[in-house]
Design a protein around this ligand. Structure first.
Ligand code: NBY
Length: 837
C-alpha cells in the first residue's frame, strides 16, 4: 500500500504524522490547546465541562492514532474477523476507561490538578452512552473491552440511537420516564459521511428466467433509506489494539431534501419525509424482556443488519477471495435473536446479487453465524407477523419460506414417525396471523448456539430447542458462561482494591489474567491485608452513603449491613420478594422490646432499576418500595436499624459507585428464569457476598467460591413446574409471615392499598407464577443467617477475601477466548511493539 505513495510525500507524512503525548507537560499542552482552539474557550471561562472536553479530546487523539494503526494492520494482514451484532451496547462513560486502558491516568490527574481541576469531577461531567437496556447490552460492552484487550480483530455493529434508554425520575414515589438525548457533545464518535449504504424497504419481488434458464428474483420499488456510519474507538487494556464500534444512523436517501417535492412547493412534505427516515434510528426500545411486534422495531432490525452485512461483504470483497473463503474470513455473532434477519439477508446477497447457487450460499451462511440465546421466558421470544414481514421485506419472507421448506423436508425424512414434530419446529407458526419464529430461524441458520451459563445452556436444550437437539445432535449447542471485564468492574470502579491486590501480586497483570487472583488467598490471614481490605470496603460504603444523602436526602449509617438489589425491574427477578422481606423485617422490629431491638443488626436495603414504561406490575413494585421507604425511614422506633432506599436512574456509571459498596447483593430470580446474571459476578469481585437462588451463574459462582461463601435459598429449577401446577390444584397455603405482610399492605399504611392489590393478588389469587410464596420462608431464614454471620466481622471478612480470590473464572476475557476457540475459530493479531513499527 505504502509503495504507491511517492517518496517525498511519504517522508512529509511521516515527519508530521501526529504523535502521542507522553509527559504531564505534553498532556497539559494538549488540553489547553483543545480548550482554546477546538472549543474556542479560555482560562477565564473554562468550567468543569470544558475541562472534561479538553481532557477527552486529548485522550481521543491518542486513541485515534492507535485506532488508525490497528485498522491499517488488520487491512494489511486481512485475518479472520469477528463481527458482534448487537442492537445494544451499554458502554457507560468512556473517558476514565480510556485513561486506564491507555495507562496515562496518573499523569492526567496531576495535569488536571495543575490546571485547577479534580479528576473525579471532570470524569463526572460525561454522560453515559446508554444504548442498552440491561445485562445483554452491558455484556456486549464487556465483550468489546475483552476483544480489544486480547487483540482479536473484531468490530461491533449497532444503531446510533439519538435517544438511549430513558432516564428514570421518581416523582411522588412513581417512575417517570424522561428522554435521554445524549449526543449534545460526544467526542468519542466519528461521523463517516463517506461510508453510507442505501437500505430498501417495502416494494415487490419480480421473478423471471434468465438466458440460461435460471430463476432470478429482483426486489424492486419500495422506499430507500440511507445508513450513515459513525465510528467509535475501543481501546484494549495494556495493548495498542484499538478496535471499532460502528453505529448506523438513518437519513433520507436524497440528501437533505427530496428536491422534486421541494421544487413543486411541497417543502413541508419533503422535510417530513426526511424526519420519517430519521425515525428509524431515533430511539432504543426500552423493553428488556417483552417483544411487542412494532413495525418500527422490525425496520430498525433490518436497517441495521442490511447496513452491517453490506459493510462486511464490501470488506471481504476487497480481498478478492473466492466466496467459499467467506466463513474463513468472517465470523458473525448474533446477540440474541434481534439480528436474525442477517441470516436471510446474507442468503439474499449471495443468491440474488452475487449469483451463487442456493446450496453453496446456504452452506456459507451456516458456517458464518453463531447465535447466543439470553432467555427461555416465552414472552421474550421474538415473533413477527407474516403479513407485516410480507409488507416490509417481501423478498426476505420468500427466502425464509424456502429455508423452512428445505429444513422441514430434512426433518420429515429423518423423523418420519414424528408427524407432530414438523409443526413444532417450523419457522412459521400456524397461528392467526401466522408468525415467523426468529429463534428457530437463528438456530437453523447458525453453526453454533450457546446459552450464557451452564444451567441456562442445559435448559435451552431441554425446553425451547429440545427438538432441534434431536435434529442436529447435541454438538450444535454449547455453553459459554458470561463474564465481566475486570478493567471497568474492578480497576475503574474500585481503584483502591485494585491497588491493594496489585501491591500483593507485584503489579497489575491480574487485570489481564484474572485467574492470578487466586494468589491473594494466601493473604487471607495477613493482618495488614485484612485491615486494608476492610477499610476499602468501608470507604466504598461511605461513598455510597454520601451519594444517598446528597441525591436522595436519606442519611444511612455506613456501618450498617448494606443489602443491594440493582437490576431491571421484573417479576421474574423478584424485587417483590425482597420488599416483602423488608416489610417483614420492619414488622418484626416494631414488635420488639427496646431491649431486643438493641440486638438487631442494622441494615440498609438499597433498590435500583428501571421498569419498562408499559410494565405496570414492575412499576407497582417500584411504588411499593418507595412507599415502604417513606414509612420506615421516618419511623422513630426504627432509626438506623432499617433504612430503605430506591436509587433513582440506575445505570452503568452509578453501578460503578453502588457495586463496590455492598455487603450482600440479591440475585433472587425464580429458579430457571435468569439466564445468567452478570452483576452477581461484579458484586462478589468487589468483596460483597451474594444471597441468591440456584439460578443462572449463581450456581457457578457457588462452585468457584464454595458453598460456605454464598447464601443460597429457595426451590430448584427442576421443581418449578410442579409447584406452579400445585398452586392451582391443591390448597394454596400462604406462610403466616407473608400473610401478615399482605395484611399490612392492605391496611393502607403504605398508602392506598388499592394500588397494590394487583401485586398481592398475582400471588394469592392468580397462581403465584414466580413462586414468591414458596420461597418466602427460606428467603427470610437465609437473611437471618446473614444477620448472624455479619455480626462476626472477622469470619465475614475471610469469606469476602476468599471469594474475591476465587473469581478469576468470571472474566469476560475467559469468555471471549472460549467464543474464539469453540465458535469463531479466530486467532488474535498481536500489535507491533511501540517503537518497532
Ligand atoms: O442477558 C440478560 C439476561 O436476563 C441475563 O440473565 C444475562 O446475564 C444477560 C447477559 O447474557 N438479558 C437481557 O438483558 N435482555 C435484554 O436486555 C433484552 C432487550 C431487548 C429485548 C429482549 C431482551 N427485546 O426483545 O427487545
Amino acid at each position: 500500500v505504502e509503495a504507491s505513495i511517492p517518496e517525498p510525500q511519504r517522508a512529509a507524512w511521516k515527519k508530521f504524522s501526529a504523535s502521542e503525548f507522553k509527559t504531564k507537560d505534553e498532556f497539559e499542552a494538549e488540553v489547553v490547546r483543545h480548550i482554546e482552539t477546538t472549543l474556542a474557550r479560555s482560562l477565564f471561562n473554562c468550567d468543569e465541562a470544558a475541562a472534561y472536553a479538553g481532557t477527552a479530546l486529548a485522550f481521543r487523539d491518542r486513541l485515534v492514532i492507535e485506532w488508525n494503526r490497528t485498522q491499517q494492520q488488520h487491512t494489511y494482514a486481512d485475518p479472520k474477523r469477528v463481527y458482534y451484532l448487537s442492537l445494544e451496547f451499554l458502554m457507560g462513560r468512556a473517558l476514565d476507561n480510556a485513561m486506564l486502558n491507555v495507562g496515562m491516568k496518573d499523569i492526567a490527574k496531576e495535569g488536571m490538578s495543575d490546571l485547577g481541576f479534580r479528576m473525579e469531577d471532570v470524569i463526572a461531567q460525561e454522560r453515559d452512552a446508554a444504548l442498552g437496556n440491561g445485562g445483554l447490552g452491558r455484556l456486549a460492552a464487556c465483550f468489546l473491552d475483552s476483544l480489544a484487550t486480547l487483540n482479536y480483530p473484531a468490530w461491533g455493529y449497532a444503531l446510533r440511537y439519538k435517544y438511549g434508554i430513558f432516564k428514570q425520575e421518581i416523582v411522588n414515589g412513581y417512575q417517570v420516564e424522561v428522554p435521554d438525548y445524549w449526543l449534545d457533545f460526544n467526542p468519542w464518535e466519528f461521523p463517516r459521511h463517506d461510508v453510507t449504504v442505501d437500505i430498501q424497504f417495502y416494494g415487490n419481488v419480480r421473478k423471471y428466467m434468465d438466458e440460461s434458464g435460471k430463476q432470478v428474483s429482483v426486489w424492486e420499488n419500495g422506499e430507500i433509506v440511507n445508513a450513515v456510519a459513525y465510528d467509535a474507538p475501543i481501546p484494549g487494556f495494556g495493548t495498542r489494539t484499538t478496535n471499532n464500534l460502528r453505529l448506523w444512523s438513518s437519513k433520507a436517501s436524497k440528501g437533505e431534501f427530496d428536491f422534486t417535492k421541494f421544487n413543486s412547493g411541497e417543502y413541508e412534505a419533503s422535510v417530513a419525509d426526511q424526519q420519517s427516515a430519521e425515525t428509524i434510528s431515533a430511539v432504543l426500545y426500552p423493553n428488556d424482556s417483552l417483544e411487542r411486534g412494532k413495525e418500527l422495531r422490525l425496520k430498525q432490525q433490518y436497517f441495521w443488519c442490511a447496513a452491517s452485512l453490506f459493510d462486511i461483504v464490501r470488506r471481504f470483497k476487497k480481498s478478492k477471495k473466492a466466496w467459499k473463503e467467506f466463513p474463513n474470513q468472517v465470523a458473525i455473532q448474533l446477540n440474541d435473536t434481534h439480528p436474525t434477519l442477517a441470516i436471510p439477508e446474507l442468503q439474499r446477497i449471495l443468491i440474488d446479487l452475487e449469483g451463487l447457487e442456493w446450496d453453496e450460499a446456504w452452506s456459507i451462511v451456516q458456517k458464518t453465524f453463531g447465535y447466543t440465546n439470553h432467555t427461555v421466558l416465552p414472552e421474550a421470544l421474538e415473533k413477527w407477523s407474516v403479513p407485516l414481514f410480507q409488507h416490509l421485506l417481501p423478498r426476505h419472507l420468500q427466502i425464509i419460506y424456502d429455508i423452512n421448506a428445505i429444513f422441514l423436508h430434512y426433518v420429515e425424512r429423518n423423523f418420519p414417525k414424528d408427524r407432530e414434530m414438523l409443526g413444532r419446529v417450523s419457522v412459521i407458526e400456524e397461528s392467526q396471523p401466522k408468525m415467523v419464529r426468529m429463534a428457530y430461524l437463528a438456530v437453523i441458520g447458525s453453526h453454533k448456539v450457546n446459552g450464557v451459563a451452564e444451567l441456562h445452556s442445559d435448559l435451552i436444550k431441554t425446553t425451547i430447542f429440545k427438538d432441534f437437539v434431536k435434529i442436529y445432535g447435541p454438538d450444535k449447542f454449547t455453553n459459554v458462561t458470561n463474564g465481566i471485564t475486570p478493567r471497568r468492574w474492578l480497576h475503574q470502579a474500585n481503584p483502591r482494591l485494585s491497588e491493594l491486590i496489585a501491591s500483593k501480586l507485584g503489579g497489575y497483570e491480574f487485570l489481564r489474567d484474572l485467574t492470578l487472583l487466586h494468589k491473594i488467598e494466601a493473604y487471607v490471614d495477613d493482618k495488614d491485608f485484612r485491615k486494608n481490605f476492610q477499610e476499602i470496603k468501608y470507604a466504598n460504603k461511605v461513598r455510597l452513603a454520601k451519594y444517598t444523602k446528597e441525591v436522595h436526602g436519606i442519611s444511612v449509617n455506613p456501618s450498617a449491613l448494606f443489602d443491594i438489589q440493582v437490576k431491571r425491574m421484573h417479576e421474574y427477578k423478584r424485587q417483590q420478594l425482597n420488599i416483602f422481606g423488608v416489610i417483614h423485617r420492619y414488622l418484626e422490629i416494631k414488635a420488639m422490646s427496646p431491649e431486643d431491638r438493641k440486638k438487631v443488626q442494622p441494615r440498609v436495603s438499597f433498590f435500583g432499576g428501571k421498569a419498562a414504561p408499559g410494565y405496570w406490575m414492575a412499576k407497582t413494585v417500584i411504588h411499593l418500595i418507595c412507599q415502604v421507604g417513606e414509612v420506615v425511614n421516618n419511623d422513630k422506633d426504627i432509626g438506623d436499624l432499617l433504612k430503605v432506599v430506591f436509587l433513582e436512574d440506575y445505570n452503568v456509571s452509578k453501578a460503578e459507585i453502588i457495586v463496590p459498596a455492598s455487603d450482600i447483593s440479591e440475585h433472587i430470580s425464580t429458579a430457571g428464569t435468569e439466564a445468567s446474571g452478570t452483576s452477581n459476578m461484579k458484586f462478589v469481585l468487589n468483596g460483597g457476598l451474594v444471597i441468591g437462588t440456584c439460578d443462572g451463574a449463581n450456581i457457578e459462582i457457588t462452585r468457584e467460591v464454595g458453598e460456605d461463601n454464598i447464601f443460597l435459598f429457595g426451590v430448584l429449577s427442576e421443581d418449578v413446574e410442579d409447584l406452579r401446577h400445585a398452586h392451582f390444584y391443591s390448597e394454596f397455603n400462604l406462610d403466616p409471615m407473608l400473610s401478615h405482610v399482605f395484611e399490612t399492605i392492605r391496611s393502607g399504611i403504605f398508602g392506598d392499598a388499592g394500588q397494590f392489590s394487583a401485586l398481592v393478588n398475582s400471588i394469592v389469587e392468580h397462581g403465584d407464577y414466580y413462586l414468591v410464596s414458596d420461597d418466602f420462608k427460606s428467603y427470610i431464614d437465609t437473611h437471618k443467617l446473614i444477620d448472624e454471620a455479619y455480626k462476626d466481622q472477622e469470619t465475614w471478612l475471610t469469606k469476602t477475601i476468599t471469594s474475591v480470590s476465587r473469581m478469576g473464572f468470571f472474566s469476560s476475557d475467559r469468555c471471549i477466548d472460549e467464543y474464539a476457540e469453540m465458535i469463531w475459530n479466530v486467532e488474535p493479531l498481536t500489535p507491533p511493539k511501540q517503537n518497532g513499527a
